[in-house]
Design a protein around this ligand. Structure first.
Ligand SMILES: Nc1nc2c(ncn2[C@@H]2O[C@H](COP(=O)(O)OP(=O)(O)OP(=O)(O)O)[C@@H](O)[C@H]2O)c(=O)[nH]1
Ligand SMILES: [Mg+2]
Length: 275
């Protein structure tokens, strides 16, 4: 492929002298060699893969669009609606998990979608999520004008077995819990005790989980465990209509995904929808 590419580049150099003539002729074959530079990456066969999308500079987006602090249920419901849209569009995603400005989508091991072309799958998922976000904005924020178009980044991570997939989602769930606990403390210090952002940040720098819970309880009369589970643990959306927690899945083609879902929902995550 490379040799043929080089040959065509050499040929192209020869033709450079007559470039305008060639261009005039609109002969596509003179230019088509540039396609050879394109790379087509395929996702490793027989592996799970996760696509994680994340809002770009959402700290700014959330501030400008007057999200409630520390958590805005409208924002999470909008993200969940976009994720359901994605699951409805791409039927080889079996499970997804989201919190804050991020969502992760788990594709099944034997996905055949677009012959497992990585760029095609990744870009379509993130662009569909983003267009859904714009499309559904007014439903969840009827009184807030969308001031500029938000964008999301995306990455695709390949996992060879159920263990890594379960650990991946456990990691994102732990991240959700740590961020929620931190933000709850931070915004209560700022809004109710008039700390500056920097003071609140410095105050929380050395506190551990237990101390944060005590702070919330003693200073603000907040029992962390009473904060809605959607904020503390995020949201899971699963596809399988037949799915029943902790039941055997003999009738099911997707035993692996069900095992993963069982393991993840054991963390008492908010399970929003089974579609
Ligand atoms: N007030 C408020 N903030 C939120 C809410 N959900 C997410 N955030 C904030 O959104 C930000 C998301 O974190 P990041 O993704 O690390 O930050 P980012 O600004 O998007 O930066 P990049 O992802 O690196 O581009 C954090 O600052 C969260 O506190 C919400 O419901 N209310
Ligand atoms: Mg972000």
């Amino acid at each position: 492929k490379i040799a043929s590419c080089k040959m065509q580049i050499a040929n192209c150099n020869l033709y450079c002298f007559n470039f305008s003539d060639v261009a005039k002729s609109y002969n596509i074959f003179f230019f088509a060699y540039v396609k050879l530079f394109e790379e087509e990456r395929k996702i490793l066969l027989n592996c799970f893969f996760v696509i994680r999308i994340d809002g770009c500079d959402f700290k700014k987006f959330i501030k400008l669009h007057n999200y409630e602090k520390p958590n805005d249920i409208r924002g999470l419901q909008l993200m969940n609606a976009c994720a359901i849209n994605v699951l409805n569009k791409f039927n080889e995603i079996d499970l997804s998990f989201g919190h804050s400005d991020e969502y992760s989508f788990l594709f099944r091991k034997n996905t055949k979608l677009w012959n497992r072309r990585q760029d095609k799958i990744l870009t379509n998922v993130v662009s569909y999520f983003t267009s859904s976000f714009l499309f559904k904005w007014k439903t969840f924020f009827p009184d807030q004008e969308l001031l500029y178009p938000p964008n999301f980044d995306a990455r695709l991570i390949i996992y060879p077995s159920e263990k890594e997939v379960i650990d991946y989602f456990s990691w994102r769930q732990a991240d959700c819990h740590i961020n929620t606990q931190y933000n709850e403390c931070f915004w209560n210090l700022v809004l109710k005790k008039n700390y500056t952002h920097e003071e609140a940040y410095k105050f929380l720098l050395t506190t551990q989980t237990k101390e944060k819970n005590e702070l919330l309880f003693t200073e603000f009369n907040i029992n962390y465990n009473n904060i809605p589970i959607i904020f503390r643990r995020g949201t899971i959306i699963i596809r399988n209509k037949m799915y029943k927690k902790n039941k055997s899945h003999n009738m099911d083609n997707n035993k692996q995904t069900n095992a993963i879902t069982d393991a993840i929902t054991d963390h008492t995550t908010q399970l929003t929808t089974i579609i």
